[in-house]
Ligand binder design. Sequence first.
Ligand SMILES: [Fe+2]
Length: 387
Amino acid sequence: MKCSQTSIFWSPNKIILGAGAARQIGKEARSLGGTKALLVTDPGVAEAGLLRGIREALEAEKIQADVFDGVIPEPPARVVDECARLARSEKYDVIIGIGGGSSLDTAKGVSIMATNEGKVLDYAGVDLVGKRGLPKILVPTTAGTGSEVSRVFVITNEEDNTKRAVYSSFVLADVAVVDPMLSLSMPPAVTADTGIDALVHAIESYVSVSATPFSDLFALEAIRLIAENLPVAYAKGSNLEARNNMMLAATMAGMAFTSGGLGAVHGLAYVLGTEYHLAHGRSNAIMLPYVMDYNKIGNLKKYARIARAMGENIEGLSSFEAAEKAVAAVKRLLAGVNISIKLADYGVSREDLPKLVEGGMKQARLFATNPRDLAEEDVKNVYSLAF
Ligand SMILES: [Fe+2]
């Protein structure tokens, strides 16, 4: 990076990582001035018993804890507005989001909308939120989205079925509590999908044209941790060390992309989620090796470093050969966690190619930070390779 350029690094105020970290939520809520907490989550998290310890921790600090478990995947703006109305009318003074990306994103929206006028969609865009929201603690139960450390949340506008993003410093958590104990019950397929989402965050921000010295540090270490620990967490879900490293990696990858940006993998994966209802992580996983292969000439050196971070021996190789090893390493990792990268295996047929290209081009804003430009013909070629 040239010294004539400036860069920004975003992060939450505080991150608490480690097994048992969730037991500190009561004290953290208290120090944020909380007396009445709203736990924002989805029914699956509640059923898995993940709220019990958190409620106990809050009660130990004499903080009233109520639960809103109405979060739904791809969170609609409507749910955020509904829950924010509840937060206002019941005068909650601290919001605690617990779950995957949908729960954390909903909690971020609720915190903002409990203090700002209007509807959450009014604030879609960059830096449009006028006031600080209610204090918030974000507690991930998957090792993937990095939402606990990002300054953005994404909501669905049900009127036209599009996703809208709200970027603001007020979206950042006051405290992110990253406790691997909460991720132990994730089944292998969810472990794989969410873990690869984190890998995509790390790789995309590492090769992004908006990468910064800070985002690079977090991205590369996240890549290393994921290559080493995702297969173990997938093979043995109860392995606390692997789970802890995956949580750490996902959080680091979140910090990387919140400053460095994403790229064409997220851009091209989006339509697989909306049209074929594939999980976010799975859609990204499918597109990852094809986009990397396409992108590599845009930054051979960085792809070579990705290969090395993933344990590949690149000594004596040309930077082109070394970059190719990064693609091979990712393919091997995906095969190891049983993720097919063939669109046909997900019911997507070749006749759907125009629909994919149209969907991909709608996300062209994400191509701006991609290390290689994509025209419509390139988008078509990348999707074609995935059949
Ligand atoms: Fe993602």
